[in-house]
Write a protein that binds this ligand. Structure first.
Ligand SMILES: [Cu+2]
Length: 590
């Protein structure tokens, strides 16, 4: 919130940079609809609940040989193709994953992997020479020397895998690997799938382009099954087990994806804005879809794949509850029943909804999360709606619903207290503003991604991180490789005094954090008490998280070298923040 002298200096540097590179900013859509009012009009012209909710194609991440499960190698490409987001919108260019261009989808195919069966994926870039969306060279960005090609790299979010397969922001590559980033080493990534079963997703992670590449469609769901764990729970399966990938998007009047071509403070960054908020809500690539359901239980794996929008979802104002069985890539210790769910960008909730107990034939999924979260505007009549379920009577040939919501799930999910930890760290979130209050950039610990690594946990250990949020926003913190969970959220008192000191000194201990982290303690919600990949960090609070750099179900170290180059990262998963540049390196030590 405060702008220190360092931020002002950076702002001046930014001005010089703008003069040099303003001409490079892609402005493919400069002529298209740009005013907020026009974007709202396009969204308002779309009739809700007319497109049926699609399910993405599934790709098996393992094979069978003589009745035994065996590893496979997949090749998955990134393609430009046309996608129809709504019945009344023309098909429009997107960047999407698929095994070929014809089968590529927005979001990409769902990859189904098996616990302990390694999967190799060769990710291929078949994208054109130029991006379909504007981007900004004044944030640290992968820029091909030749001036053509779209840099991409794939990160499997929530997965424990070697650093060479992590999708480092510096390991980017363009079409046919014509150009590669400084950390690029291999075309084929290896995912060991050694972790407990749960929901993951894969998405682009290229330096400075993550927000544009995901907005264009480079994302998809991934899950790890483990029949010994999944089977006994008797959760709804097959056609009763669905993915809901929720993402807000704005559309120009010609139906194309909108991303602003002008920054909130063009003097600092000609295109970058602190948060992208779309006027339409898409689920599985359709704006406000509708799903016909039977009077039975369904398992819904809900992923918020938005750049910056939080969702606080409920079913017709809580008429029908959610039975939460998992979050991110983990089951809970036991299901938790709630009537609303707050889902940050990149967060996943695995829920069961029993439509047999629906009091009405039609159920809307609505959203009440302010944007930016938590202090922004309330969603409007359009962004306050997500999708609709229409409950139909069971037919005589429908199989009986023998699914359950189990009493108990997995014992390793919840750490009630931190236990022995090998290191304690302070992680501080800063936002830098111009005198008129425009955001110019955000940093963790006042440092850039390129600055020397400071977080160096020992592989196989557990650490305690005190995450101090000195900005006005809630930030979804994501740690690569490690799984973590909040154990305490405590408000900071005399916040301005603490912020002034931190802005000047950037040292939580010297600024007397123990005197400030003494405010109200907000309980961690029961349905978030498991090993997560994204933890919501509220503003003005110190959130203490336990981070495990080992396998959480067996308490064993990783069966691969997690200490290799190029290491990992941790970052805010609001993509606009991640790109500029709320992201830091994470290097494991032996
Ligand atoms: Cu953030």
């Amino acid at each position: 919130m405060q702008m220190g002298s360092r931020a002002r200096m950076l702002l001046l540097n930014g001005l010089v940079a703008v003069l040099l590179v303003a001409g490079l900013v892609a402005s493919a859509q400069a002529a298209a609809a740009t005013s907020a009012q026009q974007l709202q009009q396009v969204a308002a012209s779309l009739e809700m609940y007319v497109d049926p909710l699609p399910q993405m194609p599934k790709i098996l991440g393992y094979g069978f040989q003589q009745g035994r499960v065996v590893p496979v190698n997949l090749t998955i490409g990134m393609f430009q193709k046309n996608w129809k987001f709504h019945r009344d919108l023309p098909a429009t260019p997107v960047f999407v994953y698929g095994q070929c261009a014809d089968s590529a989808t927005f979001p990409g195919p769902t990859i189904v992997a098996r616990h302990d069966v390694p999967l190799s994926v060769t990710w291929e870039n078949h994208l054109p020479d130029h991006h379909i969306l504007p981007w900004d060279p004044t944030v640290p960005t992968a820029i091909p020397k030749s001036g053509s090609g779209v840099p991409t790299v794939v990160h499997l979010h929530g997965s424990a895998h070697p650093p060479q397969s992590d999708g480092s922001a510096f390991a980017w590559f363009t079409s046919n690997f014509r150009e590669t980033g400084p950390a690029w080493t291999q075309a084929t990534y290896r995912y060991p799938n050694v972790q407990p079963p749960g929901n993951l997703w894969y998405h682009d992670h290229a330096l400075g382009l993550t927000r544009a590449n995901l907005l264009a469609g480079l994302l998809g769901a991934y899950l790890i099954e483990k029949p010994e764990v999944d089977g006994p729970m008797d959760l709804p399966c097959d056609t009763d087990d669905l993915h809901l990938v929720v993402a807000d998007r704005s559309f120009n009047s010609d139906g194309s994806l909108f991303m602003n071509a002008t920054g909130n403070d063009p003097a600092a960054h000609p295109q970058w804005q602190p948060e992208y908020f779309g006027e339409a809500i898409t689920v599985n690539g359709k704006a406000w879809p509708v799903l016909a359901v039977k009077r039975r239980r369904y398992r819904l794996r809900v992923l918020n794949a938005s750049n910056a929008r939080y969702f606080n979802i409920s079913l017709s104002n809580g008429l029908l509850p959610f039975h939460v069985v998992g979050s991110d890539s983990s089951y809970l210790a036991a299901p938790v029943t709630v009537t609303s769910l707050l889902i940050a960008p990149a967060e996943i909730f695995d829920i069961v909804v029993d439509f047999a107990s629906s009091p009405t034939a039609e159920i809307e999924m609505i959203n009440s999360a302010p944007y930016p979260f938590p202090t922004g505007a309330a969603p409007g009549p359009r962004t306050g709606k997500v999708m609709k379920f229409v409950v139909t009577a069971n037919g005589p040939r429908d199989a009986p619903d023998n699914s359950t919501v189990p009493d108990r799930e997995v014992p390793y999910a919840n750490v009630a207290s931190p236990g022995p930890t090998s290191a304690t760290r302070y992680i501080v979130m800063y936002e830098y503003l111009t005198p008129s209050g425009q955001s110019t950039h955000l940093y963790i610990n006042g440092l850039r991604l390129e600055d020397p690594v400071t977080e160096t946990p020992r592989s196989g250990t557990t650490e305690l991180w005190h995450v101090i949020n000195l900005t006005g926003d809630n930030h979804p913190l994501h740690i690569h490789l490690g799984m973590f969970q909040a154990v305490k959220m405590q408000q900071l008192v005399d916040l301005q005094v603490f912020m002034d000191c931190m802005t000047a000194v950037n040292d939580a201990v010297k600024c007397g954090v123990d005197r400030h982290a003494v405010g109200d303690v907000v309980p961690v919600p029961d349905h978030e008490k498991t090993w997560k990949n994204v933890v919501k960090i509220p503003p003005g609070f110190m959130t203490t998280v336990v981070v495990a750099f080992k396998l959480v179900d067996t308490n064993q170290p990783y069966p691969f070298d997690a200490t290799a180059e190029p290491g990992y990262v941790y970052h805010c998963h609001i993509l606009d923040h991640e790109d500029n540049a709320m992201i830091r390196p994470l290097k494991l030590l032996p």
